[in-house]
Design a protein around this ligand. Structure first.
Ligand code: C2O
Ligand code: CU
Length: 530
């Protein structure tokens, strides 16, 4: 293991990822943000220099931050926002491996561009010998209006609760917007570049697919090439499963193996938007909206430049808004805690604030990040969990032992809305014991209905409309952890709770005083390939 030090400079820059030029919140001028790579065991230092002109912070999605809760990133939960013109040093050791990502965790800056892949390799990854090369693919919806403007409506008394509609979609930061729909005075190019992945016939490729969207779910496929899933979020599968298309909700990740065994040619990569939730008073028919379905190209070496004429696999509409069936994602290791120390029922609803403004509720309370930490830029220090949790939807529990088997926490997410919600847990991954179907009701299922034999392990699960999902995780990570819907707009409406895990230990955490500073070598490591 080595120490890797990366400088990330946050700057707003005009870019046109889908052909339409707008200010984008970038890392080192790039959107999507650069792929961070490291090996398991490495210490990573990320010097985040904020030149956005606005406060910000970064969350390392899927990393447990064991012992370093204060580097988790959510503003108003574990840190104050990083002020403009300040460098904040995130510094932690990578104890996991797999496909992760990083994104802003302040306001909706993530939607404006601050998001990128974070890949942690492991020489002992049991699947490592089963492919020759690997690629990272990000999928994302995309808005032309900066969220500073879009978010204003959320604090308006007349806000009705519908999410802003994206303008287009992208594969790895490339989208094709039809500029006829753009306002007259905008800078727009209808013939934008297409995301292209070159493969050699006869080789096998690992594609790491990440949905970094704000609002939408995708069905991902590559014509003529079934895809074999080996990893869901960062959890390896015991038995790989092969699908023609892969439904992937927000913040979820899959690693798939593609066998380049087809005739040398160009094939379409497709990311089909599926519409899970009503937007702006109506259910938008994304299927008829040309700007939403995104395509890329899988290009066999030697195939020439003709656009692909390949045909899509038939669309499996039953995959719309869904996760890959959790019961088919058997974990490589099943270490599900057998004893449950606490069960938290999280009833999810929309509601109205006193002013009439639409808000989101968990157990009748809406999450408001705590903005009043005494010092800017300093991490929460010496604040007791009780103070920390004031008005922030806390749920507190103490673990019993050092033994995960005896320290299970169960969350029953009871979705009393007609939307579906991809719920994400910070600081842990979880076993999916039960994932209720659409409209199957708001009661906790019987224990006999739980999958305890080989439950999927991941860190984002889709909770379907009017249904209940049960997850269980090990309380082995003292700290304050968010549990929230990863639809960014729902999070902005307050669809989140804070889990205050084992405060007796967490209270004793000593927080480093030095959180500013640059890498010794000021040169940004441009090629982060291992
Ligand atoms: Cu991917 Cu709270 O975040
Ligand atoms: Cu939601």
């Amino acid at each position: 293991p080595v120490t890797r030090c990366y400088n990330l400079e946050l700057v707003v820059k005009d870019l046109a990822p889908d052909g339409f030029t707008r200010p984008v919140w970038t890392v080192n001028g790039q959107y999507p943000a650069p792929i961070l790579q490291a090996n398991m065991g490495d210490r990573i230092i990320l010097n985040v220099t904020n030149n956005f002109g606005d406060p910000t912070s970064i969350h390392w999605h899927g990393l447990f931050q064991k012992g370093t809760n204060y580097y988790d990133g959510p503003v108003g939960v574990t840190q104050c926002p990083i002020p403009n013109r300040v460098t904040f040093k995130y510094d932690f050791t990578l104890e996991q491996f797999g496909t992760f990502w990083y994104h802003a965790h302040h306001l909706s800056q993530m939607i404006d561009g601050l998001k990128g892949p974070f890949i942690i390799h492991n020489p002992k990854d049991p699947y490592r010998g089963t492919y020759d090369y690997e690629y990272v693919v990000t999928l994302s919806d995309w808005y032309h209006t900066p969220t500073g403007i879009l978010l204003q409506q959320f604090s308006d008394d007349s806000y009705t609760g519908f999410s802003p509609v994206p303008d287009s979609g992208e594969i790895s930061g490339f989208g094709q917007y039809d500029c006829n729909a753009a306002p007259k005075n905008s800078t727009c190019n209808s013939n934008n570049e297409v995301a292209t992945y070159v493969v050699q016939k006869g080789k096998k490729y690992r594609f790491r697919i990440i949905n970094t969207s704000a609002l939408v779910h995708y069905i991902f496929s590559i014509d003529n090439h079934p895809l074999t899933i080996i990893e869901a979020d960062s959890g390896l599968l015991k038995e790989p499963i092969t699908l023609n298309s892969i439904p992937i909700n927000i913040a979820q990740r899959y690693s798939v193996i593609l066998d380049a065994n087809q005739p040398i040619d160009n094939y379409k990569i497709r990311a089909h938007i599926t519409n899970c939730n009503p937007v702006n008073n109506k259910t938008i028919n994304f299927d008829s909206a040309i700007n939403y379905d995104v395509t890329g190209i899988l290009k066999y070496d030697g195939a020439g430049d003709n656009p692909p004429t390949s045909e899509a696999f038939p669309l499996d509409t039953s995959e719309a808004c869904r996760d890959v069936n959790p019961n088919s994602l058997k974990p490589y290791n099943n270490k599900m805690p057998q004893t449950v120390i606490t069960t938290f029922k999280a009833i999810v609803n929309f509601g109205a604030a006193a002013s009439g403004r639409a808000i989101a509720l968990v157990n009748n309370s809406t999450f408001v990040p705590n903005d009043d930490y005494p010092t800017n830029q300093k991490i929460v220090d010496g604040v007791s969990p009780d103070e920390l949790s004031s008005n922030d939807n806390p749920y507190t529990y103490e673990s019993n032992s050092e033994n995960c088997n005896d320290d299970g926490v169960e969350i029953h997410v009871i979705n009393n809305t007609t939307d579906s919600h991809p719920f994400h847990l910070h600081g842990h991954d979880f076993y999916i014991l039960y994932n209720g179907e659409n409209n199957t009701g708001l009661k906790s299922p019987q224990k006999s209905e739980f999958n305890t034999e080989n439950p999927a392990i991941r860190d984002v699960v889709t909770v379907l409309p009017i249904s209940t999902t049960v997850i269980r995780y090990c309380a082995d990570n003292p700290g304050v952890w968010l549990f929230h819907c990863h639809i960014q707009w729902h999070f902005s409406m307050g669809m989140a709770v804070q889990l205050i895990e084992t405060p007796s230990i967490f209270k004793k955490t000593i927080i480093p005083s030095d959180v500013t500073g640059l890498c010794a070598n000021d040169d940004f490591i441009k090629d982060m390939t291992i």
